[in-house]
Structure formats: C-alpha cells, structure tokens
Design a binder for this molecule. Structure first.
Ligand SMILES: CCCCC/C=C\CCCC/C=C/C(=O)SCCNC(=O)CCNC(=O)[C@H](O)C(C)(C)COP(=O)(O)OP(=O)(O)OC[C@H]1O[C@@H](n2cnc3c(N)ncnc32)[C@H](O)[C@@H]1OP(=O)(O)O
Length: 299
C-alpha cells in the first residue's frame, strides 16, 4: 500500500481548482482493492468506492426530499468533504427513495418565518448551488423520480442527467405556478443546458416536463428503465473518468465561471432581494394557497 501511495502521489497533478489532487490513472492503480467508504448522516447517504473514485450520494429526507435548511447544510458539508477528498473524482446524485428525486425547496422554510430565517435559508440555497454547479468532480444526476423547481436545479447543476423512463415523473422549474419567480441563477443554469428560447417559455409557464418531453427538450440527456438508472449512471461515469481530470476541470470551469461569478459578486444583494420578495403579503398568500392545493390534491 505504501508503494501504491507513492505511485499515486507522483502521478497526481495538483488539483487545479480547489486544492486536492486527482488523476485519471487511479482506476488502473486501484483495481487491486475495492474498499467502500461510507460517510452518511441522517439526511444523506454516501458510499465512496475507492477503486473507482466514484461517490454515490443518496438524498434521504422523507417524505419528498424537500430542501430544508438542515438538509441544505448537510448537503453542502458532505459535498465539500467529497470535493476535498483526493480519492473522489466523480459524484452520482440520486434519491434514496424512488418516485421522488427532490420536491425542491422546502416551502415551509419560506412561509411564516422571520426575515433573518429567510436570509439564512437563502444563503444555504446559494451555497448548495455554488458548490454543486462549481464542483470539480464529474457530477451525474440519476433522476429516479419527479424533480420540480429546486430539485430540477440540482439535476441541472450536474454534468449529465439520466432519468427513469416513466411519464409519471416530471422535471422542471415550476416556480411561477407557485406565484414565485426563479432567480437569475436558476434561469441561467437552465438556459446553459437547454438554451434561451426553451428556458424563456418553460419558466414563464412554470412548465413541468414528463420524462419523454424532458428528453426531447434536452433537459435530461438519457432515459433508461427505472431499474437501470444507477447502473447506467455508473457506466457513463466510467466513460467521463477516462478524460484527464485537469483538462476536463479547466474546461468545465471555463464554461461555468461566468455564470457562477454573477452570483458570487452579488450574493448579498440576491439575499436581500429574496427576503424582500418572500416577505410580501401577496407572496406569502400565494405559497399558502399552493400548499393548501397540495394537501387537497392528496385528499
Ligand atoms: C423578482 C426576483 C425574485 C427573486 C427570488 C425570489 C423568490 C423565490 C425563489 C424561490 C425558488 C423556489 C424554488 C423551489 O424549489 S419551490 C418548491 C417547489 N416545489 C414544488 O412545487 C413541489 C410540490 N410538491 C409536489 O408536486 C408533490 O408533493 C411531489 C413532489 C410530486 C410528490 O407528490 P406525492 O408523492 O403525491 O406527495 P405529496 O404531494 O402527498 O406530498 C407529501 C408531503 O410533502 C409535502 N410537500 C411536498 N412538496 C413539498 C415542498 N416542496 N416543501 C414542503 N413540503 C412539501 C406535501 O405537502 C405533503 O405534506 P403532508 O403529508 O403534510 O400533507
């Protein structure tokens, strides 16, 4: 193992964007071992396969994987840990419970709370986006269920999206349906994937795309039978990991930096904007009506 460690360190180029080192030879070197490391908390399960350098991150926040302040905090801490781990080169993001990938931001975090709470919550949403969209790892979303709004944003942050081929599952930025507005960085993330025209129409209508439509419009890259979502993600990941990390990372950063910089340079203003928007009586009313509609639909 010591010899392996020495080989590793002399083959590994310095990690260019956030500080730890990755290299595309790891796969070959590590075929001798198959150690799986688990670092989970009560909301996120992570299994890191040291042989492949791939971590599978399963969101587990029942009933619908809504993105609460606690969840977002755990998510960002976990992602940071993986980002700094030189044994981890790829991340597969999925849900621990099929049918729902994520219901998006926890609406209860945006209802009837203090301005201070809204500020803290929005900072956590920003942090999740900055970390996931700016990740140096190869990121693949294994979308094994519906994925509205913030859930769709998470998937769009990834480098590649594989969705379960089930028309009952839908994905999209549906904010306007709630009477709220997707902020500029949600809009930019979608636009970078599907282009301006599709984004403009989808955002105005708050459109949710059933899986086949999502594929047609390029919101996802591939549909596969539900039981093959994870294995397909693993084989796509293996292909992506054949590219030398440093070249892929610089390219990814070149494509995304302008978008992330827009938020990095305007974080406080964006928080202020969110707080002043969400505290309006009319917006609070819209959210309450939407939650009521959800409950009634259930009954
Ligand atoms: C001018 C500049 C503006 C600047 C920015 C300002 C503004 C704000 C931007 C905010 C961006 C927001 C992003 C978001 O992500 S908002 C959240 C949007 N999410 C949704 O619309 C999803 C709603 N949920 C559903 O459609 C369904 O629940 C489902 C995910 C498809 C699952 O369906 P099903 O399996 O049938 O489960 P239920 O509907 O029965 O739900 C189970 C319980 O979960 C509660 N629930 C569902 N979604 C959420 C949620 N997002 N947050 C909190 N709670 C949620 C649901 O009410 C049920 O609760 P109950 O059991 O107590 O009744």
């Amino acid at each position: 193992m010591a010899a392996l460690g020495a080989l590793r360190s002399c083959w590994a180029p310095a990690r260019l964007l956030t500080g730890s080192a990755h290299h595309s030879n790891r796969l070959v070197l590590c075929q001798q071992t198959s150690i799986k490391r688990h670092f989970s908390n009560n909301k996120i399960l992570v299994e890191l396969d040291e042989a492949t350098g791939v971590a599978v991150m399963k969101m587990k926040n029942p009933p619908v994987n809504s993105l609460s302040l606690d969840f977002l905090t755990e998510f960002s801490i976990t992602l940071e840990k993986l980002e700094m781990d030189r044994g981890c080169r790829g991340l597969i993001l999925t849900s621990a419970s099929p049918k729902i990938f994520s219901a998006g931001l926890d609406i209860m975090e945006m209802c009837g709370k203090s301005a201070e709470h809204y500020g803290e919550f929005w900072r956590a949403v920003q942090e999740m986006w900055l970390k996931l969209y700016g990740s140096n790892m190869v990121t693949i979303a294994a979308i094994n269920g519906s994925s509205p709004a913030g859930g769709c944003l998470m998937a769009l942050c990834c480098d590649y999206r594989i969705m379960a081929d089930n028309p009952k599952y839908a994905i999209g930025l549906n904010e306007t349906q709630l009477g709220i507005v997707a902020p500029f960085w949600f809009k930019d993330t979608m636009s970078n994937v599907v282009g301006n025209r599709v984004t403009e129409q989808a955002l105005q209508l708050g459109q949710m795309f059933p899986a086949p439509e999502a594929l047609k419009f390029g919101l996802v890259d591939q549909l596969v039978p539900e039981e093959k979502v994870q294995s397909t993600a693993a084989s796509v990941m293996a292909q992506w990991l054949t590219v030398p990390d440093h070249a892929r990372q610089i390219t990814k950063s070149m494509m995304r930096k302008q978008t992330t910089d827009k938020l990095v340079n305007n974080r406080e203003a964006d928080i202020k904007n969110f707080v002043s928007f969400i505290t309006r009586d009319s917006i609070q009313k819209s959210l309450q009506v939407y939650m009521e509609r959800l409950r009634q639909r259930k009954q």
